[in-house]
Design a protein around this ligand. Structure first.
Ligand SMILES: [Mg+2]
Length: 379
């Protein structure tokens, strides 16, 4: 079996797909979405195709090694996202070739269903925001039975803020706890935009409402700063959606900098690398909550690894990841879980006509933020 062609699709906002076709007629799908960098990733996939067309798609590890290590320069979000989607598509082909789900080829499932969390929160205390939040919470609990939710403090945060700013958002968090009760888990994503001291201060305010975790409290580049936050906070700290490959995770592990890691199957190096990162985490008593804020193929790739990972805790997903009109059958959430994928490969069928659609890219990550003095703020 040889790879005969590689095609790319941009059917939805924040969803970019790659399809690998073989000379036997088998096809595999992967997701290469890298928000805000879709043209660069498209070019990176084209460069990968120059190498991959004509190769046997079943030699996944060999191709991973080549694509990671050649030609000379390594890493980066663009190359790693391109490699990630390609790796997913190769696993899709391998599973279909053997007539089994990819997780059966990764050692076999260690669980029967996969717990997922949804994005929900109360961004401010206005009547309109609370009404919209109530409506969304009711919808998610009614349709999916979710028992875990994540949200985060909106907008830019300076190195320090007055009590009124901090208190307003902390009140939102306590109101969320009041609404959902003690049976439900609530997590908060700081999007790497806090200074360490402010992150610690806010975490101390949150402590009594018992968060599941706080994610990316500080910018990603300084693992010591992350460890500083972890050392001063009693509940779990999480990170990892912007760490590419096990080499970028190494310092997080060795410094025991967090409790939970969040590698992304469409950025960290695909199913192959997500599996390896998860296995490294097990050694450090860290649990894995794979990041997935994009489309349904990326979610499928995450779930193949979730299935075989003993130290898996919960899978992130957004509404668009359940199908978004791109699958012949949506992923179904019941009682907060998605059933173990059982179909060959990654476990879905793409609606090919829907995948052929094309959206023009717009702003993919919610705009540009500036402080009141005009200087650049983190998203
Ligand atoms: Mg995040």
């Amino acid at each position: 079996m040889k790879i005969s062609r590689i095609d790319q699709f941009f059917p939805r906002h924040r969803i970019r797909l790659v399809r690998i076709t073989t000379d036997t007629g088998l096809v595999g799908w992967g997701e290469t979405t890298l928000e805000g960098r879709h043209r660069s990733t498209h070019a990176a996939v084209d460069e990968i195709a120059d190498y991959l067309v004509g190769q046997d798609p079943r030699r996944i590890e060999h191709h991973w090694q080549h694509l990671y290590r050649y030609p000379f320069y390594r890493g980066g979000s663009v190359r790693m996202s391109a490699l990630s989607g390609i790796d997913q598509a190769l696993w899709d082909i391998l599973g279909k070739h053997h007539g089994v789900p990819a997780h059966a080829l990764l050692g076999g499932a260690v669980r029967d269903r996969i717990r997922v969390y949804a994005h929900w929160g109360i961004a401010d205390l206005s009547d309109e925001t609370q009404a919209a939040a109530r409506e969304r919470l009711d919808m998610l609990q009614r349709t999916g039975g979710y028992t875990a939710f994540k949200s985060g403090p909106p907008g830019p945060w300076r190195a320090h803020e007055p009590p009124s700013v901090i208190d307003q958002w902390v009140k939102c968090a306590y109101l969320m706890r009041e609404w959902v009760g003690p049976e439900v888990e609530l997590a908060f994503d700081f999007h790497g935009k806090m200074a360490p001291a402010l992150a610690i201060e806010i975490c101390h305010e949150l402590k009594s409402m018992r968060p599941m975790f706080v994610e990316e409290p500080v910018p990603q580049e300084n693992i010591d700063a992350l460890k500083l936050v972890s050392d001063h906070v009693t509940f779990p700290i999480a990170t990892g959606e912007r760490l590419m490959s096990r080499w970028e995770y190494r310092e997080v592990f060795e410094k025991q900098a967090v409790a939970f890691i969040q590698p992304d199957a469409s950025h960290a190096g695909g199913i192959s690398e997500l599996r390896r990162i998860a296995q490294m985490a097990e050694v450090y008593s860290m649990h894995v909550l794979p990041h997935c804020a994009i489309g349904p193929v990326a979610l499928a790739a995450c779930m193949q690894v979730d299935a075989v990972t003993p130290n898996f805790l919960c899978q992130e997903q957004v509404d668009a990841a359940l199908g978004n009109g791109l699958l012949t059958e949506d992923w179904k959430v019941t009682d907060g879980y998605i059933g173990l994928p059982t179909r060959p490969g990654l476990g879905f069928e793409i609606d090919e006509a829907a995948a052929q659609g094309r959206v023009e890219s717009g702003e993919e990550l919610g705009g540009v933020f500036r402080y009141e003095d005009g200087s650049v703020a983190d998203w």
